[in-house]
Design a protein around this ligand. Structure first.
Ligand SMILES: Cc1cc2nc3c(=O)[nH]c(=O)nc-3n(C[C@H](O)[C@H](O)[C@H](O)COP(=O)(O)OP(=O)(O)OC[C@H]3O[C@@H](n4cnc5c(N)ncnc54)[C@H](O)[C@@H]3O)c2cc1C
Length: 448
């Protein structure tokens, strides 16, 4: 039974005769997926078949072949796993507002289910699809442990305000997943039959100049193995090791979490049951639950999440006051992109991202704050940081990225600090501080 608070109706059409279609978007996995389970449950209740469709949109927030390749290989596994369950999968290409309604007519759908994504572009797609269909359309929050729309109905200003709500409601939502029931009835496939993945890959019109990476394998099977590896080898000690950039102390789960190959609820469940030290478990769950879900709250309730206009008034005011402060260094977007600044630590972080597709979490803070320091305005800093983050990080184009960048440059979810040049009262970070915290030379040597 899916918790009713996960379910949000996107229109008021009455139940109709026909199959159930799950339009998979953000949560690209078969098991541990509340939206998939809800679609299956509805199909069972109405005696109708269920099928899954994914709409491949050419061009998504600056994504390149690095992210598209990762996603396509994950979807290939989705198709394979669904086939074992007797559930058809179709890959469509085009704008969702056009192709999804046509597909629903073709397969004679009676109910459309999708997953939750607070990004503006996904909300826009939902509205466009909604305007063009005449069957019930339901969104299920399969990404957050606590359903984003109901855990808080307003913009939370800091982690501590959301944390209280999370602590109160977590036991109600952190429950185990049932397995997805196979579909026994013979369901006629969409005429496309099996997806010709090589053709899809070749036909993709995306930027191929940012290469794919091979240190991480896409898909829910690899994600599950990645989680086991973290639980066995790196959760113990996470509380201290996660902030040491030259060490592999983080979980490295973010690419899988971003593409929905792994459910955060599964991760939290396994971490809670692990025998690792309590401090590390607490520190990890704070990031995975409070910080991650705070980012979804930020994007859902603040459509200006990717601009200076989305900062809190105190932050806009203090940055305005220091708008014309002299900048000792100023770099163009190209210089940033080529890691050609005077700062060897910053350049190493930039290279870590461009080469591996994942910058260490501690370095992301330093990296974005220096972009504020070395551009002519916070507006330009936001644009450069978002462009680079979305282009190179495997986990980019995510609410965590927009919230993280707004935190670093605009004090979002933070408080005012001592006033200084350029930053005003936005928290400052510097090279000397890094020298005190970790082995800067070693980190640089890893990313030369
Ligand atoms: C400037 C900046 C940009 C960022 N860009 C992104 C991004 O594009 N995509 C992204 O997923 N995260 C982003 N983050 C947040 C964080 O740095 C990454 O989630 C984390 O480093 C991912 O690595 P991991 O999975 O090994 O993290 P772990 O430390 O192992 O954490 C586990 C999970 O907790 C969540 N988490 C951890 N730290 C944060 C945080 N500060 N805010 C929200 N959730 C968090 C993530 O889902 C992460 O996968 C950014 C942070 C900053 C300061």
């Amino acid at each position: 039974m899916i918790h009713p608070q996960r379910i949000h109706s996107l229109n008021t059409f009455r139940p109709a005769e026909g199959c159930v279609v799950y339009w998979m978007q953000r949560d690209q996995r078969v098991e541990d997926n509340w939206a998939m389970l809800y679609a299956r449950e509805q199909a069972l209740e109405t005696g109708q078949p269920v099928q899954v469709v994914f709409c491949l949109v050419p061009g998504f927030l600056g994504a390149t072949i690095r992210q598209y390749g990762f996603m396509l290989r994950g979807l290939q596994e989705v198709e394979r796993l669904l086939e074992r369950k007797g559930i058809p999968f179709s890959l469509l290409t085009g704008q969702p507002g056009t192709v999804i309604p046509g597909y629903l007519l073709e397969v004679k759908a009676g109910l459309l289910v999708t997953d939750f994504n607070p990004l503006k572009i996904s909300m826009q797609w939902q509205r466009e699809v909604s305007a063009a269909i005449h069957i019930p359309f339901v969104e299920v929050d399969a990404h957050n442990i606590l359903p984003c729309r109901t855990v808080s109905d307003k913009l939370e200003y800091a982690a501590f305000t959301l944390r209280k709500k999370v602590e109160r409601q977590l036991p109600e939502f952190l429950t185990d997943f049932p397995l997805l029931m196979p579909q026994s009835a013979q369901v006629s496939r969409h005429p496309d039959m099996k997806t010709a993945w090589d053709d899809v890959y070749r036909a993709l019109k995306v930027d191929r100049s940012v290469p794919e990476v091979d240190w991480i394998t896409p898909g829910e099977t690899a994600a599950s193995a990645g989680l086991s590896d973290f639980l066995a080898n790196r959760l113990e000690g996470y509380a201290t090791d996660r902030n040491i950039p030259e060490k592999r102390g983080q979980s490295d789960l973010s690419p899988w979490l971003h593409f929905g190959h792994l459910s955060a609820r599964r991760v939290a469940w396994e971490v809670q049951r692990s025998k690792a030290d309590a401090g590390s478990k607490m520190a990890f769950l704070e990031e995975l639950i409070v910080r991650r879900e705070l980012s979804d709250n930020f994007c859902l309730h603040n459509p200006q999440y990717d601009t200076v206009a989305g900062f809190q008034p105190w932050a806009r005011g203090t940055l305005d006051k220091h708008h014309s402060d002299a900048r000792e260094f100023h770099y163009t977007p190209e210089q940033f992109e080529q890691a050609a600044t005077h700062d060897d630590l910053w350049n190493a972080a930039q290279r870590e991202m461009t080469v591996t597709g994942k910058m260490h979490g501690f370095m992301r803070m330093y990296w974005a704050k220096k972009i504020l320091e070395w551009t002519v305005s916070p507006e330009e800093a936001m644009a450069v940081a978002i462009y680079l983050n979305d282009r190179y990080q495997l986990d980019g184009r995510d609410p965590n990225g927009y919230a993280g960048i707004a935190w670093a440059i605009g004090g979002t979810h933070d408080r005012p600090w001592g006033e200084r040049e350029i930053f005003g009262m936005i928290r400052y970070m510097n090279y000397k501080g890094c020298l005190r915290k970790f082995d800067v030379r070693k980190y640089i040597s890893l990313h030369e």
